[in-house]
Design a protein around this ligand. Sequence first.
Ligand code: GLU
Length: 395
Amino acid sequence: MGNVFKGAKRVVIKIGSALLVDQSAGTVRRDWLAALSKDVAMLRARGAQVLIVSSGSIAAGRRHLGLQNRGLKLEEKQAAAATGQITLAHAYQESLAAEGFTAAQILLTPGDTEERRRHLNARATILQLLSLGAVPVINENDTVATAEIRYGDNDRLAARVATMVSADTLVLLSDIDGLYTADPRKDETAKHLPVVDRLTPEILAMAGNVAVSAERGGFSTGGMVTKLEAAKIALGGGCRMIIARGNDPHPLQALVDGARCTVFTAPEKPVAARKRWIAGQLNASGTLVVDKGAAEALANGKSLLPAGVVRVDGAFERGDPVNVAGPDGNRLAVGLTAYSSTDAEKIVGRQSKEIADILGFEGRSALIHRDDLALLSDTGKTGRSTEKDLSQPVA
Ligand code: GLU
C-alpha cells in the first residue's frame, strides 16, 4: 500500500500506555519516545500538523505512590494519574524540545468534546496551539473524571479529538499491526486486512475475536473493540484511521516506509463532515438576520461578523445552533454561535474591536466563525441527523 500519510495535513497520534511506559519498572521508555519525537519531526517536515493523545499517566504514576501494577481501585488510579501525568508532561516536553518543538499539555473530560460550548473553546485553543507551531499532548483528565463520566479509554478520546479539530488522519499505535479476521496469535487462518472501506457488521464482529495482548496489562483499557468504536467516530468526522504496531522505535517512519497496518478510509473530508453535522442541527434556537453585504460575505466563505447582523431573534447560549437569514428572511445558513443571544443583541451592528468595551470581556471577533457555519447552498439542505453524527458532540 502507498504512503499512508500522503496528503495528511493534520494528524493525531494515539500512544498506548504499554508502548510508552515500561510495565514492570513503571518508567517512561525514553529512547522510544525520543525516536517517536523524531517521527513527529518527520511528519512536520512533510507539512502535517501533529497532535499526540497519550496514555500512560496511571502506569507511570503508581510507583511514585507505591501502588501495585494490578487491581487498582478507581481512586488509586486517579491518584496515580495525578503524579504520572507530571512525569509524562516532562518526558514529552524534553523529547519534543530535542526536535525543536514546544509541547502543550491539554487534559480533557468528556464535556470538553461533547458539549458544544466547551467543544468550541477546546477546539479554538488547540487550533491556536497548532497555528503557533506547538505539539498538543492530550490525555484524559483522569484525576477528576469520575467513573460515570469518563471516556475511559484513549482510543475513543483520540477519535473525539480528531473530529473536534477536523484532523484528516488518526493513527492508533498499538501492539498489533492492524485488524485481522481472527486472533492471529491463536488462529493460523487469521487474515490481515490492509484496507477497510466500510464498517460492516462483519468487520465490527472481528473485533470481538482479537484482543490486544500488551494492553490487557494493568493500565490500559484499549482492545480491538474500542479501536473499532474509535473508527466509527473518526470516520464519521471525515478522518481516516490507521491501526499500526508501535512497539519498535520509529513506528511512523515505518508506516511511511510501507509497514503493515490497517487503514480505515473515510467517506468524506473533515470539513465536509463538520459542515454536514452543523447543517444537521435541527434544534436551532434563534436566528441572526444579516444585511446584504454580510449575506454576500458568507456566500464567499467568510465568518459572520457582528457588524453585518441587523437583528437577533430567539434566546440561545454560546455554542447553540442558530439560523442565519438574509435581509428577505430566507434561511442562508446554520451555525454555532460564539455569543449568547443576550450578548449578541449588544454587539450587533458594531465593529469587532468594540466587543471588549461593550461586553466587558474579550470575546471572539466573529459572531459565527466560518468553520462553525454551514451554508445551506453547500450542504444540500439535508438537515438530517445520520448515524455518522455520532462523531460529533451532541449536547
Ligand atoms: N488515560 C489513561 C492514562 O493515561 C489511559 C487510558 C487508556 O489506556 O486508554 O493512563
